[in-house]
Ligand binder design. Structure first.
Ligand code: 4NP
Length: 157
């Protein structure tokens, strides 16, 4: 791969799914030796400046990762130039990204679970309004996809 990959994970609020995807991908990239810029953002603005949902923090902590210092932000036009890959957790957010993508934006857009074998086209369900166990499902799914995505970068290096 020519340039260092820059990967942005995107959900709606940037307090549940995309911070967990960011955490899982950071860990997997470090584990297999991929040097990448990694961040997450939300298509919505409501939670900007907030730390991840306490249930997201708790599930990450159970797997040994501290995400308490993450802060939510809304996606910006410049992200389509800064990042080589923007990865949406569901179809609604992917559609929002496609709608706001500038004509000369270089980022390749994709659906997160498209990077997990056997999950093509599927969405990471929003765990925000459910119970704590929903966050375990989210963690399992984002981990699977993060591993597939990291492997793809490793193959291109
Ligand atoms: P996320 O979850 O998109 O995975 O961060 C949500 C968080 C907040 C809201 C919706 C989804 N909300 O409507 O406030």
């Amino acid at each position: 791969m020519a340039a260092k990959p820059a990967v942005l994970f995107v959900c709606l609020g940037n307090i549940c799914r995309s911070p967990l995807a960011e955490a899982a991908f950071r860990r997997e990239a470090a584990r297999i030796g991929i040097d990448a810029e990694i961040d997450s953002a939300g298509t919505g603005h409501w939670h900007a400046g907030e730390a991840p949902d306490r249930r997201a923090q708790a599930v990450a902590r159970r797997y040994g990762i501290d995400i308490a210092g993450y802060r939510a932000r809304q996606i910006r036009q410049e992200d389509f130039h800064r990042f080589s890959h923007i990865v949406a957790v569901d179809h609604q957010n992917l559609a929002a990204l496609n709608a706001m993508k500038p004509r000369d934006g270089k980022a390749e857009l994709s659906l997160l679970l498209d990077h997990a074998a056997g999950y093509k086209g599927q969405e990471i369900a929003d765990p925000y309004y459910g119970g704590d166990d929903g966050f375990d499902v989210t963690w399992a799914e984002v981990t699977l996809a993060a591993e597939g995505l990291a492997r793809r970068f490793a193959e291109q290096m």
